[in-house]
Design a protein around this ligand. Sequence first.
Ligand SMILES: NC(=O)c1ccc[n+]([C@@H]2O[C@H](COP(=O)([O-])OP(=O)(O)OC[C@H]3O[C@@H](n4cnc5c(N)ncnc54)[C@H](O)[C@@H]3O)[C@@H](O)[C@H]2O)c1
Length: 260
Amino acid sequence: MDYAQQDMAPCASSSRPFDGRVAIVTGAASGIGRATVELLRHRGAKIVAVSLGEDVMSLAAPDVVPLVADVAQEASAAVAVDVALSHFGRLDILVNNAGIIINKTVSDMSLDDWNRVMAVNATGAFLFSREAMRPMTTAGTGAIVNVGSYACFQAFPTIAAYAASKGALAQLTRALALEAIPHGIRVNAVGSGDAVTNITNHIHQDGPRFLAEHGQKAPIGRAAQPAEIAEVIAFLASDQASYIVGSVLMADGGMSITVS
Ligand SMILES: NC(=O)c1ccc[n+]([C@@H]2O[C@H](COP(=O)([O-])OP(=O)(O)OC[C@H]3O[C@@H](n4cnc5c(N)ncnc54)[C@H](O)[C@@H]3O)[C@@H](O)[C@H]2O)c1
């Protein structure tokens, strides 16, 4: 038996590797989610773009169906999967990207704050993954990409809820990867560093500027642009990542490898 040739994914590269494929992207209206919608679409995917605010409606196009929904609500995932199947006939990719941060010390944090961060960042990914797995399991193929953070592994004061939620997301990634891979579904995560987005706009007058400055602490000396993280998401969702299962792939400019 030629073991070198077993089960090898096709290595053909194409500028539209997602032609014929359908993705759900959560948190699609802004930042990393929006960049991911643009990139996957550019590479051929049809997309259900899920986000909390009406601003997601601006993404409407023949190949993008926007959906206003809260990922933390149990019904949202079933609606999103139904939209994918009814509009586009299949579901190949789920990107669990929706996320929020509330910067407070544990002493100052209310139970509502804690529960909301966990509900959006961790429970939302569980709910959407559970629902997306149904058609993916029937098809015997699929890719789920969770958007994590260096906070999957590291912490600093005031991010207890966020770090706990991203730690939970990393462990969800690993445990679900083991359950999903026998069905041909790969589950992975990207560990994003500071990216210039709107996620801290409720805390800072100029949130993107704050993140750009905070990112200068990374060994690379700058924050990421959302498109740089979208590239990693697209890679993990693609056949090029055919042997990557249960990884949290760090794209953080070296933030997670330094002790300084
Ligand atoms: N920006 C960073 O520095 C950074 C670093 C590490 C990880 N991340 C992660 O990247 C992901 C995307 O964040 P971003 O920085 O692009 O933020 P962003 O605020 O620019 O975009 C987040 C999007 O998610 C949507 N959203 C929020 N709560 C939602 C909910 N309950 N249901 C549906 N949609 C919801 C928002 O409306 C928004 O469109 C998050 O999971 C975040 O934790 C960001």
